[in-house]
Design a protein around this ligand. Structure first.
Ligand code: SAM
Length: 369
């Protein structure tokens, strides 16, 4: 047994172990890491991959995150909002197509009309997706940024039982210096490091299944930073992870800082998924859409490296082009039906099953409750 094989058998890892695993580049070594993560996934989670149909319902944003194509100061972008009927219709389409779960994502707003609008949509989706094959309606993941604890309470209660309500709030990076370089504080509502952490704690207190994550390969980010991110996820005892590679955005404000080359960036992102599986074991891990920018089968590679969640885009095609968080975002010219057919075939070819009509709750959440 090689030293790497011994390391991969461990149940606990030092920071030095984690940094070593994240930095693997030799194909044989990477494959060993991948295999271990994949086997742990099927052991802790099972062979099913669960879908969350994502509806990107508005690109209006009050924040100015420098990496992001829909940031407030990007003037080359036509802003849009889907109305209530369009959002409910997308959620019903997902339920009728046997997706047990939907995700509502948008830019960040905190005004009362937005909070009440989302609250209303949650109630309608929960009621409108009850059917023969989904007798308890769809579960919902919200990805709507840092909000007050009162807002979290309202949204959580609108959804009914705790099992069906999840919230994804990426920390983006746990390194405070890097965080503040990415989020200039020129606005009262700007993303601030401490308030982001407080928001994650408030989400847990409100009873959500809590997900966080970050971008991988940010300019200036080191392997030790990524290791610290994993420690942060551990400390927070998260139920879900949504992480993806950092991709340059023409609409962002970091064009001069470059990005990693696609090959090494993809490997780093896949290593990060795999190491998170090794360390965090029974959490739900999403294979981010951004992986597909780096390789046509990037999301499948994510599944092969320990992810168990996919988020097919079910946003109406007419507005998809206007939700370009980063350049070359995939599937922007497709309809939800195209995504459904192409993804399912890919999952089956990998020998995995799609958890049709299931909520796909985090095992970790069940264990801690
Ligand atoms: N506004 C909410 C928030 O910040 O949590 C939700 C929407 S935000 C656009 C969703 C995620 O997109 C962010 O958490 C960020 O990690 C990701 N994102 C934005 N720009 C990106 C880029 N250039 N490359 C990769 N991911 C990016």
């Amino acid at each position: 047994m090689t030293r790497l094989d011994e390391l991969l058998q461990q149940e606990a890892f030092t920071d030095a172990d984690i940094v070593r695993l994240l930095g693997l580049t030799e194909p044989d070594d990477c494959e060993r890491l991948r295999r271990t993560a994949y086997d742990l996934t099927t052991r802790f989670i099972g062979d099913k991959v669960h879908y969350r149909g994502i509806v990107e319902f508005s690109n209006r944003c009050t924040l100015n995150c420098r990496y992001c194509g829909i940031r407030r100061d990007n003037r080359d972008l036509e802003r849009y909002d889907l109305n209530r009927e369009q959002i409910i219709e997308s959620a019903i389409w997902a339920a009728e197509n046997h997706y047990g779960s939907v995700c509502l994502q948008a830019g960040e707003r905190r005004d009362e009309s937005f909070v009440a609008f989302v609250e209303d949509c949650i109630r309608e989706i929960r009621a409108g997706t009850v059917s023969e094959h989904l007798p308890e309606g769809a579960s919902i993941t919200l990805s709507l940024g840092a909000q007050s604890s009162e807002t979290y309470q309202r949204w959580r209660e609108a959804g009914g039982e705790a099992e069906c309500m999840r919230y994804l709030l990426r920390m983006e990076t746990s390194n405070p210096a890097l965080f503040s370089r990415l989020h200039p504080h020129d606005f009262a509502h700007e993303k601030a490091y401490a308030s982001r952490i407080r928001a994650l704690e408030n989400l847990r207190a409100a009873g959500f299944q809590v997900g966080t994550g970050g971008m991988i390969g940010l300019p200036g980010q080191t392997l030790s930073d990524l290791c610290a991110d994993i420690r942060f996820y551990q400390r927070l005892d998260v139920d879900m992870l949504g992480m993806g590679p950092y991709i340059l955005s023409r609409g962002g404000d970091m064009r001069d800082e470059g990005m990693l080359d696609p090959g090494p960036l993809l490997q780093l992102a896949l290593n990060m998924l795999a190491v998170c599986r090794l360390v965090l074991r029974d959490v739900n891990i999403a294979a981010a859409t951004a992986l597909q920018v780096l390789a046509e089968d990037g999301r499948e590679q994510g599944i092969a490296h320990g992810a168990n969640i996919l988020m097919p885009n079910i946003t109406p095609r007419a507005v998809r082009r206007r939700y370009q968080l980063y350049d070359d975002k995939p599937c922007i010219d497709e309809e939800p039906t195209d995504c459904r057919a192409c993804l399912a075939g890919r999952i089956q070819r990998m020998g995995r099953r799609v958890g049709w009509n299931e909520w796909g709750c985090s095992r970790h959440f069940h264990r801690r409750m």
